[in-house]
Design a protein around this ligand. Structure first.
Ligand code: 4AD
Ligand code: MG
Length: 431
């Protein structure tokens, strides 16, 4: 509101008369004193009114305010080392903007389903605002790194004619009578724009009709997908670790208060420095077998296996050169060992699982066509994608970083549903 000050700026206005607009989180009365906790999105503020300085009418009005009432408070900013931000506001006048009766989320324990049904209100709580602020900073850091390193943002379509990541998780759409699908990944389009601009990335929502009900799976999630022309496998890994290490350092520098609010042990994040360890899939199988897992070469790792592997390292670890037959159609086989793909997953520590998946792409048109057929896909549906291999094809690589999993790991959040304002999961498309 015009003429009001954000709470975060009040330390610069000690001694001044100001107006602050926000929501009441709670009111506390003790004798002739009223304390009002106010939140405006920029910060938290303690508002006080004390007799005899404050008139009885103001004390009575403040005592009657209910949780989430929106107000404008006029008052004097005073230094107070015990208060959030080091200031408090001595109120002279409170104006109610919008009343709030029977706010459903009381400061007590609620079940997850109740909170998810009230997600539109739950986002106001201090833990959720810390998580959303963390997410926003992580997005900023991801984009800043890529923008500063010559990657051009190119936005892929959301409505797509064919699968990018397997046909079992497609959301279908009726596109004026033609079948279309919500994008599972912008990658194939990034390969096209990389041939135009060299280094590119996309950042946007992607969709998977995942039947998995885990703490890491959403049906709608955001992915950052860099793609680099003339880039081979090792260089791709180097970009991934630099990006992740940069984001972690940025968050430690700029969102420490939010990490603390979330109860994150930051010492684990402080160890995140390049280079990250790299282990071949073969070695991963050996390590898992030695740890008592019943895995054989060729098996896909589930989340217990990923957690065990990640637990063997103190920072994110790359697992590379997976059996080609368990991976996507577009992945370049290792020339030295064609049964493995030049692909890597980056596993986060502490059980957060795969945060990045990347690979070198097949750049030979014949091999790519054969792979499409092997995967039961119709090469005609990918004719434009095959064109990229017909006209000046080059070795190229890229990766997809799952934003919600990255936020969950960095924030130490138990479940990805707290990393996105309105999560979409197997059982939920509300509110
Ligand atoms: O490993 P994925 O499936 O890779 C791709 O989609 C490639 N086309 C990316 C590329 O090379 N451009 O997904 C990439 C990342 C995963 O590592 C994970 O972090 C995240 O996306 N992800 C999910 N996050 C939340 N919910 C889901 N259902 C996810 N599926 C993948
Ligand atoms: Mg993957």
């Amino acid at each position: 509101m015009s003429g009001t000050r954000p709470i975060a700026q009040l330390p610069q206005h000690i001694g001044a008369q100001v107006r602050v607009a926000g929501w009441v989180t709670h009111v506390r009365s003790s004798g002739k004193v009223r304390f009002l906790a106010l939140r405006d999105g920029s910060g938290d503020l303690q508002v006080v009114a004390r007799a005899p300085d404050a008139p009885d009418s103001l004390l009575a009005q403040m005592a009657s305010l209910t949780q989430e009432t929106s107000v404008v408070v006029a008052g004097l900013v005073r230094g107070d080392p015990r208060s959030p931000g080091g200031v408090e506001l001595a109120a002279t006048e409170v104006t109610v903007v919008g009343s709030s009766d029977g706010y459903p989320i009381a400061p007590k324990e609620h079940g997850v389903d109740f909170l998810m049904d009230h997600r539109h209100l739950w986002v106001r709580s201090s833990r959720q605002t810390a998580a959303l602020r963390l997410r926003a900073r992580i997005v900023h850091a991801l984009r800043a790194f890529l923008d500063d390193h010559g990657f051009v943002l190119t936005d892929p379509p959301i409505l797509t004619p064919a699968a990018a990541e397997g046909t079992s998780t497609l959301f279908g759409v009726d596109y004026f009578g033609e079948p279309a699908f919500l994008s599972q990944s912008g990658q194939l389009y990034m390969e096209a724009t990389a041939m135009a601009l060299g280094r590119v990335y996309s950042f946007g929502p992607t969709f998977r009709a995942e039947k998995s009900k885990t703490r890491r799976h959403l049906t709608e999630f955001w992915m950052v997908e860099p793609e680099m022309a003339f880039c081979e496998f090792e260089e791709n890994l180097a970009w991934q670790e630099r990006l992740v290490a940069y984001v972690v350092a940025d968050v430690l520098a700029h969102r420490r208060a939010e990490l603390v609010a979330l109860g994150r042990d930051t010492t684990a994040l402080e160890r995140v420095e390049v280079p990250f360890p790299r282990i071949a899939y073969d070695e991963a199988v050996e390590r898992l077998a030695a740890a008592g897992f019943a895995v054989a070469w060729g098996d896909d790792f589930g989340s217990p296996e990923e957690t065990a592997l990640a637990g063997m390292f103190d920072r994110p670890v790359f697992v590379h050169r997976f059996p080609a037959r368990q991976k996507a159609f577009y992945m370049q086989p290792d020339p030295a060992r064609p049964e493995v793909a030049l692909a890597a997953d980056l596993l986060a520590p502490e059980g957060y699982g795969e945060i990045v998946g990347g690979s070198q792409r097949i750049h030979d048109v014949e091999l790519l066509t054969a792979r499409l057929v092997e995967h039961g896909l119709d090469p005609d549906a990918y004719s434009w994608y095959l064109d990229l291999r017909r006209y000046g094809s080059v070795p190229h690589s890229g990766f997809g970083l799952g934003l919600e999993r990255l936020v969950a790991w960095i924030g130490g959040l138990e479940h990805v549903r707290e990393t996105i304002p309105f999560p979409r999961t197997l059982n939920r498309v509300w509110p």
